[in-house]
Design a protein around this ligand. Structure first.
Ligand code: PSV
Ligand code: MN
Ligand code: MN
Length: 385
């Protein structure tokens, strides 16, 4: 029998700095009062989420959205807030130079600029003590014939190699894929297979990041999870929910059953703990809902899906599978999924010295009122998506 409580207690969920800031769609950013004005304030908010949930001890940065002069000092500031700096996300999608791509751009000077930014992000990792460099490229083309699909793969491989070779012994590269957007005809890293192939070519420090919002409708994400786990090439998740495209809604909001199926693959491969080396991160944008409570809710949604996955009776499931008992096997999963795990999680939080209801605790804390009073002119995440 699994030690469900111990596993939940040790769970780690990383929150993204940009989710604390203002964000929107390409149509409108609805500014909220009290949002952070700088990286320090984003980190302070992440510290609040960790204090209330007990399972969100790191915050991911996005460079240059979170640019500061002294990253070691920022890491120290984070430690003072009770959190660590997690993955460093490189932004090579915002400058005018990147209109035709970053590391796959036909112009070698633009490729150099983009690769230099990725290398700078590794320098930042050295200063913050971060393990993971997370790469997502908006690179691609809009029209057939616009550029050579094969040449762009060569350019991508060349840039990734240079950055990979710069990684320290304890550092890793996470390569994220996305089906489309902002490129509409070809995307240079459109799917897990492309990411996987580049990671294999690069070596053991390169692994795939699955952003749950980056697939075609109906894609069986848990299959991808199972395949990559088996291959030892699953490095991280960017969790969020989608109804249509890359919606970046709260994880577990659109399809909690899918989240459960993903966590079932993780749990059944014994890959939940830190030893397995999988980073469970959120990548969300809270366009209309208050940000800190939305992030707390997201963390709780991941905990609930995980608790249900941990409650699957593995022996009964395996026996039913061996016996070819289709309905019995399915029932073993559904029994766990249909369990109300909220009382268990409330108890666990009390055992951890936390308030059993982090949402209510946040509402009572007065933090929301404090930041509204103190922070005037909060910033936009940087990118309207
Ligand atoms: C791209 O859509 C993405 O999922 C990447 O992870 C970026 O780093 C992030 O969103 C920015 O919001
Ligand atoms: Mn992402
Ligand atoms: Mn995305």
């Amino acid at each position: 029998m699994r030690d469900v409580r111990a596993a939940l207690r040790q769970q780690r969920i990383e929150t993204p700095s940009w989710a604390y800031a203002n964000s929107g769609t390409r149509f409108k950013v609805f500014a909220q009062a009290g949002v952070p004005r700088n990286p320090e304030e984003k980190i302070a908010d992440a510290g609040v989420v960790h204090r209330l949930t007990g399972v969100a001890p790191t915050v991911a940065l996005h460079i240059p959205w979170d640019k500061v002069d002294d990253y070691a000092a920022l890491a120290k500031y984070a430690a003072d807030q009770g959190v660590g700096i997690g993955a460093i996300n490189a932004n090579v999608f915002q400058d005018d130079d990147y209109k035709l791509g970053s590391v796959t751009n036909p112009d070698p000077a633009v490729r150099r600029k983009a690769t230099d930014h990725l290398l700078e992000c590794v320098d930042i990792m050295d200063a913050t003590g971060s393990r993971d460099l997370k790469l997502w490229f908006s690179d691609g083309t809009n029209y057939p014939g616009q550029d050579s699909i094969r040449a762009r793969q060569d350019r991508l491989a060349e840039a990734l190699r240079e950055v990979y070779d710069r990684l320290g012994d304890d550092q890793r590269m996470l390569l994220e894929y996305k089906l489309f957007e902002p490129a509409f005809y070809t995307t240079d890293v459109p799917d897990w297979g492309t990411s996987y192939a580049h990671c294999i070519e690069l070596g053991p420090k390169a692994t795939v990041c699955i952003d749950t919002g980056h697939h075609a409708p109906g894609t069986n994400i848990e299959f991808i999870v199972a395949f990559l786990l088996r291959a030892g090439k699953l490095g991280a998740f960017d969790f969020n929910s989608r109804f249509y495209a890359d919606d970046d809604l709260m994880v577990g909001a659109a399809d909690p059953f899918q989240l459960f199926r993903i966590m079932h693959e993780i749990v059944s491969a014994d890959a939940l703990g830190e030893d397995a080396g999988i980073a469970f991160m959120l990548d969300q944008c809270h366009n209309i809902e208050p940000k800190i409570p939305a992030i707390i809710r997201s963390v709780m949604n991941v905990q609930e899906a995980t608790a249900k996955a941990l409650l699957v009776d593995a022996d009964a499931l395996a026996a039913a599978q061996r016996a070819g008992d289709v309905l019995g096997a399915n029932a073993a999963l559904m029994d766990a999924y249909n369990t109300d795990v909220r009382p268990l999680l409330r108890e666990l939080r009390e055992e951890m010295g936390l308030d059993p209801d982090p949402m209510a605790a946040y509402a009572r804390s007065g933090y929301a009122e404090k930041i509204v009073a103190e922070r005037v002119g909060g910033e936009q995440a940087g990118w309207g998506a």
